[in-house]
Design a protein around this ligand. Structure first.
Ligand SMILES: Nc1ncnc2c1ncn2[C@@H]1O[C@H](COP(=O)(O)OP(=O)(O)OP(=O)(O)O)[C@@H](O)[C@H]1O
Ligand SMILES: [Mg+2]
Length: 308
């Protein structure tokens, strides 16, 4: 089986809102597939449909070859899910949560214990295994729900914003374990609103906005688009004519924002040099100089050519 996820015409409507609007995509075995989009784009709604938590209004979903609506148990048997909000019981310890999850999957006790010990160690929680989850920090909880999602050794894992709001160390621990999956022939579907994370982790990225997929591509394409949209925010102590600024080297486009200019470029470093030369030659003082990365919205507009 080449495609572990197949989605056709998938749609979810809430009242008048099309949260997910006739989307199509496929995920191959061994891929890390990212679903990238701003808040409210439809990422969680899609993930919930894929994992059988909610039903679609239209469309077909096949997970590991099984239609999620017709054979939900078979479809769900070999998947792991890290949901948007924690599914750990806060009055139980980390270890008890792992055992409970193992029971749900019918994992023999010895296997459950070995696997839990391994996973909790990997995510640096083993020393806290007997503490109640109530007292866990956000990063610890997130790492625990990843351990819980992996206890059945799934071949397909769904993660909803797995590293959102976590510190560098927690993020790194989570990314490391996920990055080992493709080599074992396992597949990952994750949602994120972080462009950098999508670029770093994913083999392919679908960009979703307002329930629609704008593009599905390798992250290089995204990176190139984002690079073109890099900009520098600059202001001077005296009034500067737009035209004069537009004529200096490495300026692609210019926008005025109050007393500042947003100067778009594909070569940030050279533009900084030409801006300082420009200021020097005219006896201007540079008051602000900040580099800006494009927002997801800017990349989305560039990719789709729409401005809505
Ligand atoms: N149960 C629901 N009832 C009504 N509207 C809903 C429901 N669930 C989601 N929506 C709406 O569907 C849209 C998509 O929501 P969704 O949670 O899928 O977004 P998201 O991409 O996961 O966003 P975020 O990055 O904030 O998590 C939003 O406009 C949301 O308000
Ligand atoms: Mg969400």
């Amino acid at each position: 089986m080449k495609h572990v996820i197949q989605v056709q015409n998938l749609t979810k409507v809430y009242g008048k809102l099309k949260a997910v609007d006739h989307i199509n995509f496929e995920v191959e075995r061994g891929e890390i597939f990212g679903f990238l989009g701003p808040n409210g784009a439809g990422k969680t709604t899609t993930l919930r449909m894929l994992t059988g938590v909610i039903q679609s209004d239209e469309g077909i979903i096949n997970i590991l070859g099984f239609n999620i609506r017709k054979e939900p148990l078979k479809a769900k048997q070999n998947i792991g899910v890290v949901p948007e909000t924690s599914n750990a019981y806060v009055d139980l310890s980390a270890w008890q949560n792992m055992m409970l999850m193992s029971e749900l999957y019918g994992i023999p006790k010895k296997d459950a214990e070995d696997r839990s010990e391994y996973l909790l160690n990997r995510l640096n929680l083993y020393h806290r295994r007997d503490d109640k989850v109530k007292g866990f920090s956000k990063g610890m909880k997130q790492r625990l729900i990843l351990c819980m999602a992996l206890v059945n050794d799934p071949i397909l894992v769904f993660l909803d914003e797995p590293t959102s709001g976590l510190d560098v160390t927690s993020r790194q621990l989570i990314r490391e374990i996920l990055q080992e999956f493709p080599d074992q022939g396992k597949t990952i579907f994750l949602t994120t609103h972080n462009m950098d994370e999508a670029n770093r982790l994913c083999d392919r990225v679908a960009i979703i906005n307002q329930g629609e997929i704008a593009a599905i591509d390798r992250p290089e394409k995204l990176k190139n688009t984002a690079k073109k949209l890099k900009s520098i925010e600059v202001s001077f102590d005296k009034t500067v004519n737009n035209q004069n600024l537009l004529e200096i080297s490495y300026v692609n486009e210019l926008r005025k924002k109050g007393d500042k200019f947003i100067v778009y470029t594909d070569n940030v470093n050279s533009l900084i040099y030409s801006l300082t030369d420009f200021a020097k030659a005219r006896g201007l003082e540079i008051v602000t100089l900040k580099t800006r990365d494009p927002s997801l919205e800017e990349v989305f507009i560039e990719l789709t050519g729409t401005d809505r």
